[in-house]
Design a protein around this ligand. Sequence first.
Ligand code: 6PG
Length: 246
Amino acid sequence: SQDACNGRVEILADAEAVAVAAADFLTAQAVAKQGPFVIALSGGSTPKRLYEILASSAYASRFPWDRVQLFFGDERFVPPGDESSNYHMTNLALLSKVPVPSANVHRMPTDGDPADAAARYQRELHTQYGAVTLESGRPLFDVVLLGLGENGHTASLFPRTDILQETQAWVGTCVPDDAPHTRLSLTYPAIASSRFVVFLVAGAGKADVVKAVRGGDTDLPSTHITTDGELIWMLDKAAAGTVSNG
Ligand code: 6PG
């Protein structure tokens, strides 16, 4: 197992190269895996470019869309057509363009009460996993994609919020004190049940927070991310700053 401080670092030239590296990684892993390939998608700008690349014919023709199961790592509690919805972005960039069966796309519900919606999504994950408790040696996700916010949040695990204390539930709600919208998010234990966690981070604006997380600053939610498998940072040069490869 690995955590955010000791995971492997790959430094790429720029944001475009990060998106290409992530597309290559996902495609290679998906092709190599037998049976369902389960991904937790992230929101944000770097993944948007990754999704566009996966939708391009060179990638889409190789990707095993019929056996991919797409979940979301987090979502703003807004309708699925809202500009700020991660589902909306993912649908425009990827889902509407590739032959993924609609039954394989697991959008986070954003109707009714947020806590109830989190419970419903958790049940959907239980169904995928075939059990209601996580077993060691049997990961829930093949790959969890994550971004990194300048305040150290990842998925919708924001600083100073109750979801950071969650040790049992797989999905929870989060009301950030420094960002709009109530959120749903995977919890630390759900993210940890993974073969790979991949952080995609680009831009000079992220260099300080990358350094702080790699340095083990415990005030930052991203520092507490762990995986039973391998943790990989895909950084562009600007985000890497003084952090080195390896
Ligand atoms: C979201 C994300 C969030 C994101 C970071 C970084 O829905 O906002 O899942 O955790 O990954 O805020 O976002 P950028 O990559 O756009 O900087």
